[in-house]
Every structure is written in C-alpha cells, then in structure tokens.
Design a protein around this ligand. Structure first.
Ligand SMILES: [Zn+2]
Ligand SMILES: [Zn+2]
Length: 375
C-alpha cells in the first residue's frame, strides 16, 4: 500500500518526507496505522548512519491502530490500539525471563533495518528502503510490526501521550523500578532531565525516594523536574566541573546517594557518578562515554560500587507499559507534561527543536497525512 514515510538518507541533514510503498502483510505481522510517534536521541544517531544501514525509515516510539492482522497472529484484532516498543525474538533465555531488551537478537532486530528473515518492508520509487527499525519504523503513516513489538492499550487513551512509553519513558522509569528496584527512603541523582531522566524522576517519586537530585544545564527543565518530583536541583552551568558536582551532591547527602542515573555521555560525569555514590551504590547509564574513559576499578572495589549499562529500563513492555498507563490515568505519572506535538510534515522543525533542547519530547502526529493520502 502507499504510505508517507520520513526517509533518512546518507548525507541528508534531516529525514525526507516521501511517498513510499509498504509491502504485503506477512502472516506473523500486524499492520498498524500510526497516529503518533515520539522522537528519541537514538533516532538522531541512527539518522547519521551510526547505528543502522541507510536509507531507512526511523522512528521507534510509535502508537496507532491495528489495521490488519496476519493469519498466524493470535491475540490482536483489527481496531486494537497499540503502543509499539522494541523488537525481540520471544524464545531466547532473556525473552523468556521477561527482559526482552536483552534479547539475543535485539541488536539485529532493532538496528539491522530488516525483518529477521532479511527482507525489508518498504520501497520508494522501486528502491528498497530499510525498515523494521526497532521492529517498527514509525516515522510513517503505516508500519508492519511483529506482535511482540505491540502492547495493546485501551481505546479511550490518547495515543500521542502514550507513544513515548515505548522507549524514552520505559527506559527512565524502568531503570528506577526494575534495575535499581528503588525502595522508600533511598536516594537518587539523575544526570540530564530529558524525557528519560524526567521519567526516572517521576518513577522515583512513585517508589518513595527520599531524595531526588537532578543535574542539568537547562534551567527550565530543572524547574519542570521540581514540579515532577525532584527534591533538589543542581544547575551544572554553575558547577560544571565533576568535582563541583560531587561536592554539591555530598553537601546534600554527605554519605553519598544510593543510585545515580546517568543519561549523558560526557566522560567526566562518569567519574562524578562513581564519586557521589554511597558505599555499595549503583550507577546506571544508558549511553556510553563519548570519549575514552577508564573505570576507576580500585575506587569502585574499595566502596563496592556497581556501574550498570541499562537497555530499555530492564523492563518487559507488555507488563510495564500497562502499569505506567494506570499511574498516568491517576495523574501520578504525568508524562503529558513532557510532550510537544508536531504535525508529521513538520518533522524538520521537531528535530531541530529537539536537537537544540527547546523541547523535551517531540511527538509527531500522523492523522492529517492520513486524510491527505486517502482524500
Ligand atoms: Zn529511543
Ligand atoms: Zn529473544
């Protein structure tokens, strides 16, 4: 079928909105009419060609309505509303244990730009375009997805609010709830309050954190973090040196904090993370240091420090997304506060606002394009 898709090409500054053809629905797939898709930093990296082959349709925080169900798919019906998350095989050890972000096939399935069988679902003017980014490729009006990628949600929920649940939100909230398993009375520092960091703040408040200290250079975001649950903020423009950050945190918590969640990639902040943790503290990180960094293993040993890389918040989307939706409905997990909406055709503007830090979580809305395509 004919669709509109944002195609990332080599050397292009931004994805180009173009008409494309979505292939036949496979028996083991769902066809989803996308209503909204969040933009995540991983899309930016992938657009530059670092993570996936080009040309490709990116987008991995899609949400929409099931339009067609493959003959071998159980548990879904036409008209179901779904939030899309990462792709996983469903039968390796990690999938069976409920941690599908560590699926043995996750890297290939999420970043390979193809179905597991090596085919791509999209062509543009006859040229094959890579698809199935995170099993979805949701910068488009439609996508073919694996049912494991789709989480069914109630039809009365706003899909534009739920879209970022699939990556940014589950990563931040999952790190606090699953990786750290934060308990009431514990303390947390969050480096970088973008959508991932803010989701961690909200989850830490839900879990009963005693102190939630946010570090960022964006004053507006720090103020929003205070509204969403931060107990203290540190403006890193005033204390840019890692030593100064450690001092500022230890002034609040002299023995150090139980957890640091680092959403940034500056190498000196990884040192700061180690130094502000309490004995036996855990530092979680979701992106690697931008430059070479040697872990201070002796310091870590002396104090029993763990550094833990975290993918997808260690969470099972099928379990965690419905839980977070319940909290959202109750007003206790207000992710709608993070969102700025853009019509799909303004993807350039959404990307430039996002890159410049003017918005926390841009969400593209595909509805209008649907009308233009189908009259
Ligand atoms: Zn993401
Ligand atoms: Zn697996």
């Amino acid at each position: 079928m004919e669709i509109l898709a944002a195609i990332s090409r080599k050397g292009a500054a931004v994805p180009e909105l173009a008409e494309a053809t979505l292939g036949e629905l496979r028996p083991d797939e769902l066809r989803v009419r996308l209503v909204a898709c969040g933009i995540c930093h991983t899309d930016l990296h992938a657009h530059s060609g670092f993570l996936s082959p080009l040309p490709i349709v990116l987008g991995h925080e899609g949400a929409g309505v099931v339009e067609a169900v493959g003959s071998r798919v159980d548990g879904f019906a036409e008209g179901d509303h779904v939030v899309l998350s990462g792709s996983s095989c469903g039968h390796c050890r990690n999938c069976r244990q409920g941690t599908p972000s560590y699926c043995n096939e996750a890297m290939q399935r999420c970043f390979g730009g193809k179905r597991a069988d090596g085919t791509t679902a999209i062509t543009a003017a006859g040229e094959p375009i890579h698809s199935h980014f995170f099993g979805q490729s949701s910068f488009a009006t439609h996508a073919l997805v694996s049912p494991r990628t789709a989480v069914k949600v109630a039809a009365d929920l706003p899909l534009d609010v739920l879209a970022p649940m699939g990556c940014g939100v589950i990563t931040g909230a999952g790190t606090v709830l699953e990786t750290f398993a934060l308990r009431p009375g514990q303390t947390l520092v969050v480096f970088g309050v973008g959508a991932v960091g803010m989701s961690a703040v909200m989850a830490a408040r839900l879990a009963g954190a005693l102190r939630i200290i946010c570090v960022d250079t964006n004053k507006e975001r720090l103020n929003l973090a205070l509204e969403l649950g931060a107990t203290d903020i540190i403006d890193a423009t005033a204390a840019p040196a890692p030593e100064a950050l450690v001092k500022a945190v230890r002034a609040l918590e002299p023995e150090g904090v139980d957890f640091v969640f680092n959403t940034t990639s500056a190498a000196p902040l990884f040192d700061a993370m180690v130094e502000m943790l309490a004995m036996r503290g855990i530092g979680g990180y979701v992106t690697a240091p931008r430059s070479e960094w040697v872990a201070p293993l002796a310091r870590m040993l002396q104090r029993g420090i763990t550094l833990r890389g975290v993918l997808g918040g260690d969470a099972d989307p099928q379990r965690t997304i419905p839980l977070l939706i319940r909290y959202w409905r109750e007003g206790r997990f207000p992710i709608d506060r993070l969102i700025t909406r853009y019509p799909f055709e303004q993807i350039d503007e959404a990307l430039s606002d996002f890159t410049a830090g003017r918005v926390v979580k841009p969400v593209l809305l595909m509805n209008k394009q649907m009308e233009s395509i189908h009259g």
